[in-house]
Write a protein that binds this ligand. Structure first.
Ligand code: PMP
Length: 308
């Protein structure tokens, strides 16, 4: 989907793509010591706008804090780096990847003496928001891989190493012919996809697993919960047993990349009438209107790339 941008923001300045490189002894390469974000910019009537940049930068800092990593830039500088990466590459619809990692140094598992490096790449991502190709829905499976236990590596923050689990889930799903896998947590209840949160709808009530289900509590998840409540829908954050997946009227994924993606079947069990359901459709529309700035931005969720 994404192609390569000309410039990448790398340790404080924009550098050409081919100059944004790291040393082979980079700690993160050996031990997974990176934290990152996925963020989007969408074309709006006032030019491209980052969606919920403040929350993404805050989560990056939270992830860094857990791993005792001092980010050498404050939040405003990081948001400005994101804006610059979109603006200076002439992008509108883009996927942004802010990443901070432990750089090169002596060989040691403890990372505390390794330098912290930061980059932001903005990749063109021109799939039109609200694309009707999202309508039929994804065929997914329940993964044979369990989400990491809460006292192993924290799933509530976004660290590079967490995506070893995500890779196993995604590769298994792909090998079996599914679009995605849904993991269960160590108690056997529903957790999330490899890079998406999961929502179920039954009798008009929307349910999503709580933060305690070893999920990354996504920013899109929060956006959809907020929009659903605003629309007067009933939403509950509660533990979801596996069997509820097969009995749901509708299921959808949320995520920065996934946006709001309907699910058509789980392990071959077709949900509802096998097409995108009414609640998913309603929330998808509300979501796209919000990110494109078509509805009033009462919460300050949009950061315009061109503003001074
Ligand atoms: N869970 C995981 C494991 C993820 O990687 C992501 C993507 N960041 C999500 C959920 C969704 O989070 P968000 O809506 O903030 O992108």
């Amino acid at each position: 989907l994404a192609t390569t941008p000309e410039l990448i923001w790398f340790n404080g300045r924009l550098v050409p793509w081919e100059k944004a490189t790291v040393h082979v002894m980079t700690h993160a390469l050996h031990y997974g010591s990176s934290v990152f974000e996925g963020m989007r910019s969408y074309d709006t009537a006032r030019g491209p706008a980052l969606f919920r940049a403040r929350e993404h930068v805050r989560r990056l800092r939270d992830s860094a804090r857990v791993y005792r990593m001092d980010l050498p830039y404050d939040d405003a500088a990081l948001v400005d780096a994101c804006r610059a990466a979109v603006r200076e590459n002439g992008l509108t619809n883009a996927y942004l990847r802010p990443l901070a990692w432990r750089g090169a140094g002596a060989l040691s598992v403890s990372p505390v003496r390794h330098p912290v490096e930061v980059m932001v790449a903005a990749l063109p991502w021109n799939v039109p928001a609200g694309d009707e190709s999202l309508a039929p829905g994804a065929d997914v499976c329940v993964s044979s891989w369990t989400r990491a236990a809460p006292n192993t590596i924290p799933t509530g923050v976004k660290a590079g190493g967490n995506y070893l689990s995500g890779q196993l889930v995604a590769m298994e799903a792909e090998r079996l012919g599914y679009a995605e896998g849904i993991t269960l947590d160590t108690s056997g209840t529903v957790s999330e996809g490899s890079a998406e949160n999961v929502f179920l709808v039954r009798d008009g009530v929307i349910v999503t697993p709580p933060a305690a289900s070893s999920i990354l509590a996504g920013i899109t998840r929060d956006t959809v919960l907020t929009l659903a409540r605003e629309l007067g829908l009933t939403v509950r954050e509660e533990r979801v047993p596996r069997e509820a997946l097969y009995a749901a009227d509708e299921i959808f994924f949320t995520g920065t990349a996934a946006e709001v993606t309907p699910v058509r079947s789980v392990d071959g069990v077709v949900l509802g009438d096998g097409a995108r359901g009414p609640v998913t459709t309603l929330l998808q529309r509300a979501f796209f209107a919000t990110v494109r700035g078509e509805t009033e931005d009462r919460r300050g969720w949009l950061t315009y790339v061109a503003d001074e």
